[in-house]
Design a protein around this ligand. Structure first.
Ligand code: ZN
Ligand code: ZN
Length: 276
């Protein structure tokens, strides 16, 4: 599981994925890590990031469960039989990326965390959008309608009110930074968020601050919509730790009607007329 390898929630936004990747890549890079399984671990980390760090691949992974490499292999098979567009340059670029040198990882790590340190807005990343398909009758597409749509979304954990901390548990001195709040490199200690104190992680969400919930929204479909029109419900998507929630994008699928035919915005009734 790519999310387990990187230790992120399945709905984690891109900045969290990148942060997790950089920390792990730095820790397990075979140039600096002498342990036996470092190389395997590093390859797994890169493969997981190649999958989750790219929105298109991540969507395919969510649906099929195929990692970036497996996706490439499949599209390569398709190409040989002439089915899909496949860009060999793109593939080479990715292979190259997965063999990142330690200096590259280190530079990226420093850039990323310095950016986070220097700017509060850098950590304010919008939550992920949710893509849905809604089927509507041809009559409703022409006349407009109101329809409820149900979907799963990421919400703030109710038990800890989104703090990620176990309610009513006493803080203790942080072990990672010995209560100083900073790491040796001068970065804010992630374990205690720079406070020097550590509070037990929430037992419901393990400190991720998220839970899942089924949400129902009432959608107003305007008059005269066509197949493939996308409606946007602002900020009704997945929540995120620091930014505003993502949107919900509803792609309309207009069902054919046995009774009506559409021509532009006009509806024609199909009826057999008996001439006597
Ligand atoms: Zn919680
Ligand atoms: Zn700390």
């Amino acid at each position: 599981m790519c999310t387990e390898i990187l230790g992120v929630h399945e709905d984690a936004p891109q900045d969290e994925i990148k942060r997790a990747y950089l920390i792990l890549a730095k820790r397990y890079h075979p140039d600096v890590n002498n342990s036996k399984d470092a190389k395997t671990k590093f390859t797994q980390i890169n493969e997981a990031y190649a999958t989750l760090g790219d929105e298109k691949r991540r969507q395919t992974y969510d649906i099929t469960g195929y990692s970036a490499n497996e996706q490439d292999n499949i599209s390569e098979q398709w190409t040989t039989s002439g089915f899909a567009n496949f860009d060999p340059m793109e593939r080479m670029k990715q292979q190259h990326e997965s063999e990142r040198k330690f200096e590259q990882v280190l530079k990226e790590f420093d850039d990323f965390f310095n950016m986070e340190k220097n700017s509060d807005s850098a950590s304010k990343v919008k939550g992920r959008d949710i893509n849905l398909v809604m089927e509507i009758e041809l009559e409703s597409a022409c006349n407009g309608c109101t329809k409820d749509i149900q979907y799963e979304k990421c919400i703030k954990c109710e038990y800890c009110s989104g703090t990620g901390l176990e309610p009513k548990s006493d803080p203790i001195e942080c072990v990672d930074c010995s209560g100083k709040g900073d790491t040796m490199l001068g970065f804010k200690c992630k374990n205690c968020e720079g406070t020097g104190l550590y509070v037990k992680k929430c037992s419901v969400c393990s400190g991720v601050c998220y839970g899942k919930s089924t949400n129902v929204e009432r959608v107003q479909v305007p008059k005269g919509v066509f197949d493939g029109v996308v409606l946007r419900l602002k900020e009704k998507g997945h929540v995120t730790k620091n930014g505003s929630p993502g949107d919900v994008l509803i792609s309309l699928k207009v069902l054919p009607s046995p009774y009506f035919t559409r021509q532009g915005s006009d509806l024609y009734l199909n009826k057999k007329v008996t001439v006597t």
